[in-house]
Each structure stands twice: as structure tokens, then as C-alpha cells.
Design a protein around this ligand. Structure first.
Ligand code: TYM
Length: 343
């Protein structure tokens, strides 16, 4: 599935991250690090801090504002250049909510009912979940389609939402007899598309996990990173000779994947290098690598956060650039669906 499946549309990358807490190593390896790589591939890149999505679950207002600025600092510290990529927060571009509404009227309840993230997040008491949480995937479709984006780099957990976006785009095109929206492709690549908890290899690493030891935060100091990796759950077996030997060893496999993604190598090469050694030998190597790669990001984030006005300026400028692309596409959408536009 590539942009070639969208003839007539300029290749364009869009992706987003919720500022509902700090960024984790999962966000970094599954998304942010790859956003930076895409920036160098000569394709237009648009990255969004999706604050409207964040409030689908209640957020403390002061913490949300802080987390949005901190996430922006994380993007820049990790290598997003606001001059080359568009970096902004969603609520500053009103067209997201406006297109979101139109797409709420295209998406079907049956489709939303199949979304596993809603089921996970709403839990057993789904009657008490917000209407926004339910409509979350159609706002995400709006984020992507508003820019006629053709490629969406995400971690594995977002694949279903990007596929839903394709369904929504196809239904819109069909219902109105147009070829207006492209079919954006999820781009899920690399060794760490699903980083797992450091405490439980069956659970995804997540900013909402109550245990801070389960994740590495991009703001963690070198000492914290080292302590969390040293304490990470593993097993008593040595590294196998081949990758296949990690099949039923979720925690061990997770650490190998993290190492591979941080080093820009394949998991098979990492297994080969450490074959026969215990995790007592592997972990210090992982600590050194993680501290070398992540330490400077956390330091740079701290530096950037000392000047929140500059971060706000960057987000404001990004929002203006995003709006200039989004507004005409939204206007055309309104025309297609039959709204009178007289001013
Ligand atoms: P969010 O904020 O949960 O996560 C942001 C990105 O990080 C990836 N990710 C992971 N990748 C690997 N391992 C993990 N443990 C891990 N945890 C998170 C996610 O897959 C994602 O790519 N719905 C989206 C935000 C969104 C969006 C969009 C994304 C809103 N609109 C439009 C793309 C395009 C979300 O909740 O991501």
C-alpha cells in the first residue's frame, strides 16, 4: 500500500500524538523517531498535537497546556524542524472540528462499534464514556483527510483507525459521487511498532499505565532510564541464536526490539550479536544505548521548556500554515455536501 494508490494526489504525510501526558519511548520509537526520518525523505510532513482528542478523556486544564507545550518541545528536541515540517496543535485549526462533524455524518455506528481502542479505553462502563471518545476515530479521519494526506506513520495500535479513515473517505466519495478524498495508507515500519510495558510484556507501553516503571518517558533523566531498564522484567534464559527463539519470550523480545530500533538495526542482527549471553550482559548495553540516544532529547526538552513563549510562537506559526492547506479543502467539502457559503 503506497501513495501510488492515490493517483492525482501529491504525496503528503500527516500524523498526530495526543498530549495527554508525557511522551513515552513507545511514542518515540513507534511514531516520533519515524516522523523525523520522514522529514528527510522530501515529502511534505505535517505533525499535530491532537489536544481535541486528548479531552475525550477529562484532562486537568493546566496539565493539558503544559503537556501540549512539552510534547512540542519533545518533537523539536527529537529533530522535527518547524521550518521544514508543519508542527501545530489541533485546536488552533478550527477546520479539524468542522470536518470532524461532517465525517461524523458519514461514519456509521456499526463501524465505530468495532473500534478496539474505544473498547479498551471505555472499559466495562462504556455508558459513562464521553460521546467524544466514541467519535474519536472520525475526528482522526478528519485530521488526516483535511490535508489530503496519503501516508500516515503510526504505531501498530493505530492501524485500525487509519483503515477506518480509508472507509470514511471511500464512503464520502461514493455518497457524493466525487473522487475528493484520497485513501491514506498507514505506514507502520521498523523494529518497534509496538513497544511493550517494561513490567509486563503482554501490555503496550502507555502514558496512562499507573506504574511509571512500566515506561520510559522522554523527560526521564539518564539515571531514571538506567534504573528502569535494569529493573525491566526479563527471564533467566540467555539470548537465543536466532530471532525465532524469542517467540514465547515477550519481555526479552521487547528489549531486543527496543535495542534494535534505537540502534537502527534489525532485531535479528541484535540477537545474533548477543547470542548465548544472559540479559545481565544485554541490559547494560541497552542502558548505554538508551542513555546515549534519549539523554540529549530530555536535556534539549528542558532547555526548550524554559521558553514557553517561543514554543507557543512555533505552534501558532505552524497552525497558520496548516490552516492555509486545510481551509480550502474544508470549503470544498462544504460545497460538495451542499452548504451555502456566502461570505
Ligand atoms: P497516541 O497519542 O496514543 O500515540 C501517538 C503515536 O505513538 C504510537 N504509539 C506507540 N507505538 C509503538 N509502541 C507503543 N507502545 C506506542 N504507544 C503509542 C501510536 O501508534 C501513535 O502513532 N489516535 C492517535 C492520535 C491521532 C492521530 C491522528 C494519529 C489523532 N489524529 C491522525 C495519526 C493521524 C493516538 O491516540 O495516538
Amino acid at each position: 500500500m503506497t501513495a501510488a494508490a492515490n493517483p492525482g494526489f501529491t504525496p503528503r504525510i500527516f500524523s498526530g500524538i495526543q498530549p495527554s501526558g508525557g511522551l513515552t519511548l513507545g511514542n518515540y520509537l513507534g511514531a516520533l523517531k519515524r516522523f523525523v526520518e520522514k522529514q528527510d525523505e522530501g515529502i511534505e510532513t505535517i505533525y499535530c498535537l491532537v489536544d481535541l482528542h486528548a479531552i475525550t478523556v477529562w484532562q486537568d486544564p493546566a496539565k493539558l497546556r503544559h503537556a501540549t507545550r512539552e510534547a512540542a518541545a519533545g518533537f523539536i528536541a527529537a529533530g522535527i524542524d518547524p521550518a521544514r515540517s508543519i508542527l501545530f496543535n489541533q485546536s488552533q485549526v478550527g477546520a479539524h472540528a468542522e470536518l470532524g462533524w461532517v465525517l461524523n455524518c458519514v461514519a456509521r455506528l456499526g463501524w465505530m462499534n468495532r473500534m478496539t481502542q474505544f473498547k479498551d479505553k471505555a472499559g466495562k462502563n462504556s455508558e459513562a464514556a464521553s460521546l467524544g471518545l466514541y467519535a474519536y476515530p472520525s475526528l482522526m479521519a478528519a485530521d488526516i483527510l483535511l490535508y489530503h494526506a496519503t501516508m500516515v506513520p503510526v504505531g501498530e495500535d493505530q492501524k485500525q483507525h487509519v483503515e477506518l479513515t480509508r472507509d470514511i473517505a471511500a464512503k464520502f466519495n461514493h455518497d457524493y459521487g466525487v473522487s475528493f478524498f484520497p485513501a491514506p495508507a498507514p505506514v507502520i515500519e521498523g523494529a518497534a511498532t509496538r513497544v511493550m510495558s517494561l513490567r509486563d510484556g503482554t501490555k503496550k507501553m502507555s502514558k496512562s499505565d499507573p506504574s511509571d516503571a512500566s515506561r520510559i518517558n522522554l523527560t526521564d533523566s539518564a539515571d531514571m532510564i538506567a534504573a528502569k531498564i535494569r529493573k525491566a522484567k526479563t527471564d533467566a534464559e540467555p539470548m537465543p541464536e536466532h530471532l525465532a527463539g524469542l517467540k514465547d519470550r515477550a519481555e526479552a523480545k521487547n528489549l531486543v526490539n527496543i535495542y534494535a530500533a534505537l540502534a537502527g538495526r534489525t532485531p535479528a542482527a541484535v540477537v545474533h550479536e548477543f547470542a548465548g549471553k544472559g540479559f545481565g550482559a544485554f541490559k547494560p548495553a541497552l542502558v548505554d544505548l538508551a542513555v546515549a540516544k534519549l539523554g540529549p532529547i530530555s536535556v534539549e526538552m528542558g532547555r526548550l521548556m524554559a521558553d514557553p513563549a517561543e514554543i507557543d510562537r512555533i505552534l501558532g506559526q505552524g497552525a497558520e500554515r496548516a490552516d492555509a492547506i486545510a481551509r480550502p479543502i474544508l470549503e470544498r467539502t462544504f460545497e460538495i455536501v451542499g452548504m451555502v457559503r456566502s461570505r
